[in-house]
Design a protein. Structure first.
Length: 302
């Protein structure tokens, strides 16, 4: 069963799924004075997500952790309004965003918080994935290492998958090494933002070790990035890795929303889908990317 903010559902109920998005998130407190870095309006969120639902979307994974101002109650309200399944994340994001208490806690104490969020939840609203667990830079800092190890403990205790933030570097390999050293099965590890470090050898190395490679900044903002993502996906699919790939958009600032001129949550399953068709990626392959693979990742199906 898959845990959503409205309760458990069968994996078969997931449908078309975006595996790495944000509905409510506060990057503003670190990146001031950029007001666009704050998403906290439930009405705006519901309106934007309704476009995804109307386009055929059924599920999204909300990768906002508590240190990013995750709002469990508002996620539940938005899910009820739109009819979308929302899988809520838990954990901690990256060192810049950690609350002071993290530096005063042991790995086991941090892990116990993650496990409690999964088993009991916030006001009964339980997390269904661990992450996004990230690094600030191209290495895992000591504080981030404790959070990564705590995420590994929580994953082993609960059976949930871990999804990561590994931006613009090959730090995802270090994340994978650390998680595997802690005993996590690579098939339960999603290395995120791989498209921000567009080196196929890196992606292939992760895939060969059994992890999920996620291209998740597909927003249509810059044409060269879009074409780069298409080329990378096509190359990996042609090499036989279709069933280990995930695609998403990582909506996280207001300029990504349609009301501010962005592609919105529906971009990937509308405009980007057409671009993939033109590149020779079939509708059947697209269904594997957006339906079957997220279902297998969340449920642990082989």
């Amino acid at each position: 069963m898959i845990q959503t903010v409205l309760g458990e559902i069968s994996p078969d109920e997931l449908g078309v799924c975006l595996p790495h998005e944000h509905v409510f998130i506060d990057l503003y407190r670190v990146y001031q004075p950029h007001r666009e870095m704050l998403l906290n309006d439930p009405d705006l969120a519901a309106n934007e997500l309704q476009m995804f639902a109307d386009a055929g979307g059924q599920t999204l994974i909300e990768a906002t952790t508590p240190d990013l101002s995750r709002n469990a109650a508002a996620l539940k309200q938005v899910s009820e309004r739109t009819g979308l399944n929302i899988v809520m994340g838990t954990g901690r994001y990256r060192e810049t965003f950690y609350e002071q208490a993290i530096w005063q806690m042991s790995t086991k104490q941090i892990a116990s918080q993650f496990v409690a969020d999964i088993t009991h939840g916030t006001d009964g609203i339980r997390a269904g994935i661990i992450g996004e667990i990230g690094t600030d830079l191209a290495y895992i800092s000591p504080a981030e290492e404790r959070v990564h190890r705590a995420a590994a403990i929580a994953a082993i205790d609960t059976g949930l998958a871990i999804t990561t933030h590994s931006n613009a570097s090959a730090v995802g390999m270090d994340q994978l090494d650390l998680f595997v050293d802690c005993g996590v099965d690579p098939s339960r590890i999603v290395i995120g933002h791989c498209d921000t470090y567009p080196f196929i050898a890196y992606h292939t190395a992760l895939l060969e070790r059994g992890a999920w490679v996620q291209y998740d900044t597909i927003r249509g903002t810059f044409e060269y990035q879009t074409e780069q993502s298409i080329r990378g996906l096509k190359q990996l699919i042609d090499a036989g890795y279709l069933e280990r790939l995930l695609i998403s958009q990582d909506i996280c600032v207001d300029r990504h929303l349609t009301v501010y001129g962005g592609g919105g949550y529906a971009y990937l399953i509308t405009h980007f889908r057409e671009k993939l068709r033109a590149a020779g990626i079939s509708d059947e392959q697209f269904e594997i990317l957006t339906v079957h693979n997220p279902r297998r990742m969340l449920s642990g199906e082989s």
